[in-house]
Every structure is written in C-alpha cells, then in structure tokens.
Design a protein around this ligand. Structure first.
Ligand SMILES: Nc1ncnc2c1ncn2[C@@H]1O[C@H](COP(=O)(O)OP(=O)(O)O)[C@@H](O)[C@H]1O
Ligand SMILES: [Mg+2]
Length: 333
C-alpha cells in the first residue's frame, strides 16, 4: 500500500504523536509498504528530516502552550488537502493525538478529500473527544460511568452529591493535562481555573477509587484487558510517557467474568460513540468489583509499547500486523 502518515500537529500531545508516528512508519515499512510522512503543523517531512523530527523522545511534560500556539500559526490543516502525498495515498494513517487531529476536525476535511483514513469518522471522533457527550451516551447504552457536573457548579452541591475527592478536568483534552484530584473544598476553584485554561468546558467528576483498566477494540471486537499501575496517584502525563513510571500488565490479573465484562462494556462504549476502526477504552474498577468507564480514546498512543499495541499483542497480534490491519480496515470502510 501507499500510506501517508499524518503526525505531529499542534495539540498538547504533539510529542506523543511524533513518537507514535516514528514507530508506525518503521512497522509499516518493515511490512513492505511505501510510507511518506507529513507533520500537520509543519508540512511534508523528507526522508532526511524524519530521524530528527520523529526520533525525539517524549519529555516529562507536554510542550508549552506558547510553543503550541506558535506552531498553530503555521497550521497547515487547510492546505493539507492539496498535497500530492495526501491526494494520491491509498490510506492516510493518523498518528495524531488530541486537538484538531483527533476531535473530528481533520476527519471532516479528509472526508471531503475522499481518501481513506485510519480510525473513527468525524462524528464519532468529535463525540469521543467530548467527555460530557460521551458519558451521556455511555449511560444511554448501559455503560456505567461516574457521576458528573459541568462547571460552574456550586461547591455545596459537589460536596453534598459527591463528597471529596472529586476529579476536575477539561472536557476535551487528553493525556491527563489540566486534571486535578481535588481532596478538599479550598482547592476546588483553583482546579476549575486550571482545567479552564485547556478547554472552555470543565467537568467535575466523582472520584472512583480502585484499579485502572484499559481494553483495545479492533474492528468491533475487544482485545486483551490490561491493568495500569502508575507510580503517581493518577495516570498522569509523566507516567503515561516515561518508561518505568507505570507498570502495565496484559492481560490483567482479573477474574474471568470481570475481564469479560470489561471487554463487553468496551465494545458497547465504542459502539455508543459510533466509532470505527479501532479505539481504546479506559475504566476504573472499584474494590467491590464495579466497572466505571472513564473515556474512549479514538487515536490512542501507538508506539510499540503503548497500551493499544500491548492489548493487541496479548491476543497474538504483533505491532506491524496491528498497524497493517488498521490500514486495511480503513480501506474497507
Ligand atoms: N473519576 C475518576 N476517578 C479516579 N481517577 C480518575 C477519574 N478521572 C480521571 N482519573 C485519573 O486520571 C487519568 C486521566 O483521566 P481521563 O478521564 O482518562 O482523561 P484523559 O483524556 O486526560 O486521559 C485516568 O487514567 C485516571 O488515572
Ligand atoms: Mg484517559
């Protein structure tokens, strides 16, 4: 196949996207595919520039808002449709995370160009990016999710309905950016203000104690359920992208019925959001065995050691096979 990889972008997860892109390129070339690379913030990436751009490690923190804003000024999104590598590709592989690459904006553009692209369509992408909309659809589909309010919400109500701690987060972000676990009332306003720097919609969610689980979904079927044991209290940016900062166990050590239920709910959540191709669904498992869906990631991290590839590997799908399968699904859609 002639595959053009779209990576980089201008979201907080830019570095992560470049890391995914780097490994996907290697995997697809190892399977004999012709791969070209485009950074959606900077444009066409030549073979010589690939190493320098893609091989850079993910740092402990996301790029600064200033750096991202500067990149955004050069945003290529509108001119993307004109590039030969886009128009003539058999498939566009989206190695992008967060922002306009994951939230349905790019997907809308690509639908107009009429070239197959990997992952979910514009509507599903947009709905999954919005945690408020996602949770409404989860509940309607019978997927349990923690109680929540959208800010502004009176402190007294939060205290009465949820108690402490509560989780305050931007409704449309990723990588735990702008998220705070608020343990006492006097931290609440600051947490809402912080989350508000990343999104005009802020969510206040009931804290779910217990274990952190995730499951990959590929073409409507669940892969292996995994458990994540972060070194920090939450599965934050540093734990997500620094080797050794979290332990990841695939398949998770769970009673069969819990693993099965997690897979079933994962598929339901994927379908409730009208997703396609592949996704990764995150859950919390309480000490008394109840599952709560946190969110669905429509373009989950895709380095060979990321959670989605580990979920696939645990059922016998290698990383290059996974990348290739994701392309083939896109072509058929
Ligand atoms: N309601 C919650 N209860 C407990 N932990 C939470 C809750 N919401 C988020 N977290 C923690 O924060 C991490 C990131 O939250 P998540 O909702 O998945 O947002 P993101 O899109 O940033 O990944 C989760 O993986 C989990 O560790
Ligand atoms: Mg998450």
């Amino acid at each position: 196949m002639r595959i053009t990889l779209l990576t980089g972008g201008t979201s907080s997860e830019r570095d992560v996207a470049l890391a995914s892109g780097h490994q996907i390129v290697g995997a697809l070339r190892s399977r004999g595919h012709e791969v070209e690379v485009i950074d959606t913030a900077l444009g066409y990436v030549s073979r010589e520039d690939e190493e320098r751009l893609l091989a850079d490690a993910v740092r402990a923190e996301p790029p600064s808002i200033e750096k991202l804003r500067a990149l955004e000024r050069g945003l290529l999104l509108k001119g993307l449709a004109e590039l030969r590598a886009v128009k003539e590709a058999d498939v566009l592989f989206l190695a992008l995370h967060g922002g306009s690459g994951e939230d349905g904006t790019l997907q809308t553009l690509l639908e107009m160009v009429d070239v197959p692209y990997t992952g979910s369509g514009r509507l599903g992408s947009a709905m999954a990016m919005d945690k408020d909309i996602s949770k409404r659809l989860f509940l309607q589909a019978g997927v349990p999710t923690a109680g929540w309010y959208m800010a502004p919400v009176p402190l007294a109500r939060v205290e009465r309905e949820f108690g402490w701690p509560v989780v305050v987060k931007p409704s449309k972000q990723g990588s735990t950016v702008g998220l705070t676990i608020v343990k006492q009332p006097d931290q609440f306003e600051a947490a809402v203000a912080l989350a508000g720097q990343f999104d005009d919609e802020v969510m206040v969610e009931q804290f779910v104690p217990g274990r952190e689980l995730t499951v990959g979904i590929l073409e409507g079927r669940s892969l292996a359920v995994g458990e994540i044991i972060p070194r920090h209290e939450t599965f934050d940016y540093e734990c997500k992208y620094t080797p050794g900062m979290s332990e990841e166990i695939f398949p998770a050590d769970l009673p069969d019925e819990v693993a099965r239920e997690c897979g079933r709910l994962g598929v339901l959540a994927h379908e409730a959001l009208k997703l396609g191709g592949y996704s990764r669904v995150d859950f919390r498992l309480t000490p008394d065995g109840k599952l709560f869906c946190l969110e669905v990631n429509t373009l989950p991290g895709m380095t060979a050691t990321s959670l989605m590839p580990q979920s696939a590997a645990a059922v016998g799908i290698t990383f290059p096979e996974l990348c290739e399968q994701i392309c083939r699904i896109a072509q058929r859609a």
